[in-house]
Design a protein around this ligand. Structure first.
Ligand code: ZN
Length: 196
């Protein structure tokens, strides 16, 4: 089932996600729904906060991307990225390794808004997969950028927080507009239902 994506200005995007202690049927269903929502929106990553759940859960799929390379290393052996897609990360913890790089990013919670964001070019990741199996790997390129973007969401951090001041200043008008639209839509009264 496709879920509504929340936009910037919705308070859940600033909430830190609760760690997932048990991967229940409800969590599995949420993972399926998040994949369906992400594919429908043509995104490469989606965090639980973006579908109004403050949880440490994110899904990703980079298979459709051909113009921005990624590398993935398990126990220092490079492995094909596509073989590990689609990817589910539960309770992820990131350790930055590489130098900071500037790269373009967008976000499904910020329609039509894009900008350059500074992030370490390489990271180490520890998380659980959707079956609760521990994952431990190192990655770089787009995959490292995407995982950092999504893990930030799980901690209430947004890509605009990591933009250089001039990039963010250029987007200010669009961001202000988006916040006011989101706030207005949150205030809308529920549709009246006839009592019969
Ligand atoms: Zn995002």
């Amino acid at each position: 089932m496709r879920l509504p994506v929340v936009y910037y200005g919705h308070p859940v995007l600033r909430q830190k996600g609760r760690p997932i202690r048990e991967i229940t049927e409800e969590i599995q269903k949420l993972i399926e729904d998040m994949f369906e929502t992400m594919e429908d929106a043509q995104g490469i990553g989606l965090a639980a906060q973006q579908v109004n759940h403050a949880l440490q859960l994110t899904v990703m799929d980079l298979r459709g991307v051909t113009d921005r390379p990624s590398a993935l290393f398990i126990q220092d052996q490079e492995v094909p990225v596509d073989e590990h897609m689609p990817m589910v990360l539960i309770n992820p913890v990131i350790t930055p390794l590489g130098d900071v790089e500037l790269g373009p990013e967008g976000c499904l919670s910020f329609p039509e808004i894009y900008g350059e964001v500074s992030r370490p070019g390489e990271i180490e990741v520890q998380a659980l997969d959707r079956h609760g199996k521990p994952l431990h790997f190192r990655c770089s390129g787009l995959l490292a950028r995407c995982i950092q973007h999504e893990t930030d969401h799980l901690n209430g951090i947004l890509f605009i927080d990591r933009m250089p001041t001039d990039v963010r200043a250029r987007l200010k008008r669009d961001l202000d507009l988006l916040v006011s639209e989101t706030k207005r839509s949150l205030k809308k009264p529920k549709p009246w239902k006839a009592p019969f």
